[in-house]
Design a protein around this ligand. Sequence first.
Ligand code: TMP
Length: 217
Amino acid sequence: MGFFITFEGIEGSGKSTQITLLRQALERAGHVVLQTREPGGCDIADQIRRILLHPQNTALEPTAELLLYAAARAQHVCEIIRPALQQGHIVLCDRYTDATLTYQGDGRQLDRQLISQLNYVATQETSPDLTMLIDLKVETGLGRAFAREIDLQDSSEGRFEREEIAFHQRVREGYLKLAAAEPHRFRQFDGALSIDLLAAKIEKTTFDFIAQSKGQL
Ligand code: TMP
């Protein structure tokens, strides 16, 4: 089996930039890497992503939203993540089950037990070996996310960015709690660091983890 590494954080935390930099560093070192994201990562899940993130879909019910995340994940795990891990590749995924616990659990305040059950059904225990949490103040993250929307002139995925500040605050705190509860899996980083410094820290953490895991085999 390969290694499964997920990236988590609030909007604008810089995870998408960092995941790409880590993929490039791993590839330079000769690893075969699959970079993917949730919701999405394959055609069917990408179609679900468009429903989930479109700002016009304000009528989407929280429970329907939760089930759509689970459906997208079930497809993504079966079609993309598990086969890549079985081939011994390193899978880097931008968000995964922790995002459902924080956004639908802490943010929307849906039942955590139900979320955990759906996460289990969707993943069948395909769980991350390592999770990089990039922590950042909500105001800074949302500022970056809106600036990016304006830069790209693309507002087709901004449904969550339009949530109130308190929602994002609950999500941030939810992530910090998850990280504190599972210190063996989570590594926490300061999203206010420069891109290069943060990338160097994430790279070192990853290479140390791979070396240590290989040593244990
Ligand atoms: P991103 O690709 O910019 O990270 O956007 C994905 C959005 O979807 C982000 O606002 C977080 C949200 N999300 C959930 O609410 N629950 C989930 O399970 C996942 C994977 C993402």
